[in-house]
Design a protein around this ligand. Structure first.
Ligand SMILES: CC(C)(COP(=O)(O)OP(=O)(O)OC[C@H]1O[C@@H](n2cnc3c(N)ncnc32)[C@H](O)[C@@H]1OP(=O)(O)O)[C@@H](O)C(=O)NCCC(=O)NCCS
Length: 147
């Protein structure tokens, strides 16, 4: 089991590096720094002293949104993403009944992970994400009901 702990400002170099290898349109450092404000829960997943992944969640009343989530390329397919996602779900305030997220339609690895932990697809946003070929890709909207 990897250690999962709250993100700190000292983690940002590693987090930004993972983000850059993970996303077509990566968040800048400032967006991650915004996540240290109230109503955010930011987690990192550690392998000894190495940051292997992160999750950024925003919480508003009875709803939370998974805003960003990635595992470093070298650590993928070892169960860390699933472990981190389960940790996120287990550590939200009790008031949160629904967890939402958006994912690129082509991102089969993330979609199957979300499906595996209990998220359901409920809508599609047409042409939402920019792609490298100048075209646009749909976003799939998923939700998780906390009992
Ligand atoms: C999506 C992501 C976080 C998954 O992290 P991970 O640590 O590799 O995932 P896990 O090892 O916990 O995988 C758990 C399950 O998810 C599914 N899954 C994960 N990666 C997969 C892949 N490449 N292909 C198919 N299924 C995959 C499988 O069901 C897997 O279980 P299995 O290995 O027993 O088959 C990682 O691929 C990533 O960081 N991608 C880039 C960033 C990203 O897409 N973030 C989500 C934005 S919405």
């Amino acid at each position: 089991m990897a250690l999962i702990r709250p993100m700190t400002p000292e983690d940002l170099d590693a987090v930004v590096q993972i983000e850059q290898q993970s996303q077509y349109a990566p968040w800048g450092r400032g967006l991650f720094a915004d996540g240290f404000k109230p109503r955010y829960f930011n987690w990192v997943c550690c392998d000894n002293e190495h940051i292997a992944g992160f999750a950024v969640v925003q919480h508003l009343f009875d709803e939370a949104t998974l805003l960003n989530f990635a595992v470093a390329v070298a650590y993928r397919r070892k169960g860390l993403g699933q472990q981190m996602l389960q940790h996120v779900l287990d550590h939200l305030p009790e008031a949160v009944h629904t967890v939402l997220l958006e994912v690129r339609a082509s991102n089969q690895s993330a979609r199957s992970l979300y499906d595996r932990v209990g998220f359901n697809e409920y809508a599609t946003r047409k042409g939402y994400y920019p792609c490298s070929d100048g075209l646009w890709e749909d976003a799939v909207l998923m939700q998780y009901a906390r009992i």
